[in-house]
Design a binder for this molecule. Structure first.
Ligand SMILES: *Cc1c(COP(=O)(O)O)cnc(C)c1O
Length: 282
């Protein structure tokens, strides 16, 4: 049996009730987080919880608990479902009310969270994946981890249908990020990635990677780079909570480097692994 987080309580899955007029369904009016669980521990939970509150605040939803209480709920959920290696998905919507675009009054937000066992994609991490350039047609508040994911979903589906693991999104000439990941190129020992502006979601994994680079004295340039520059990088990789540091060895049919994960990418993967085990970040 599975336990679900529902509005501050942990309930049996069959007791979860969602309204037909939940604004999450009708407007995508809400935000979410995915947090990784390693050996029963929530990885970088504080950072994910902070971002959950920040995303909610940006769309003027107030999370009805303190961060500490929320953290404990997620921790209890993981424990009750006996998740060893997996993830927590949690979302908050503006609530359920008669359908009108403007915010409803006196309506409580709806929080739902659940867990899932997930293995690390080790084979992909060792061999690298292929990605393809797709125009980024999303809105201009990509810094919010919004439930509105149509732009992301359409891009990912196109990539999938063409046999690619992920979409490398670009606005005109500028590479922004992936459909559910951040993107990085390495040229002459320097790591390039789009700055954390409104055009990308500033990944928690991204922040860990940039910390690792600083620790190792690897130069990072947080500046936009072009599609053409992406194809000419020595190494390329993507990152997210579930894919960690994932080498990209081909972009739109162009081989990156020699078509295998690059040396620096491997080094970053190893350093990331060390963090998971050490649990340096709470
Ligand atoms: C969640 C997400 C990421 C990755 O963020 P992590 O915190 O590292 O999981 C990157 N881009 C988009 C669009 C996302 O939704």
């Amino acid at each position: 049996m599975e336990w679900i987080l529902s509005n501050g309580e942990i309930v049996k899955e069959q007791d979860l009730e969602i309204s037909k007029e939940d604004r999450g369904y009708q407007f995508g009016d809400g935000i979410y987080e995915v947090i990784r669980v390693y050996e029963g521990d929530l990885f970088t939970a504080t950072e994910h919880i902070d971002r959950f509150y920040q995303s909610a605040e940006k769309i003027r939803i107030t999370v009805p608990y303190t961060k500490d209480v929320f953290h404990k709920m997620l921790h209890d959920l993981v424990e009750m479902n006996s998740i060893d290696n997996g993830q927590v998905y949690v979302q908050i919507t503006r609530g359920a009310a008669e359908r009108n675009h403007q915010f409803p009054v006196n309506v409580e937000p709806v929080v739902v969270g659940y867990t899932k066992s997930v293995e690390r994609p080790v084979a992909f991490m060792e061999q690298g994946v292929k990605a393809t350039l797709i125009e980024d047609v999303r809105w201009l508040r990509c810094d919010i981890k919004s439930l509105n994911l149509l732009g992301n979903v359409m891009a990912k589906q196109q990539a999938y249908e063409e046999g690619y693991f992920e979409a490398v999104l670009h606005r005109g000439d500028t590479v922004t990020e992936g459909s559910s990941s951040n993107m990085y190129g390495i040229k002459d020992g320097v790591v390039y990635t789009h700055p954390a502006t409104n055009l990308i979601l500033n990944g928690i994994t991204r922040r860990v990677i940039l910390e690792i680079c600083e620790e190792f004295g690897i130069k990072v340039v947080e500046e936009p780079f072009t599609k053409q520059q992406a194809l000419e990088m020595d190494e390329f990789f993507m990152s997210s909570t579930t894919t960690e540091v994932m080498p990209v060895v081909e972009i739109s049919g162009h081989t990156i480097g020699n078509g295998t994960p690059g040396k620096m990418t491997r080094k970053l993967q190893q350093a990331f692994e060390a963090r998971i085990k050490l649990g340096v970040i709470s």
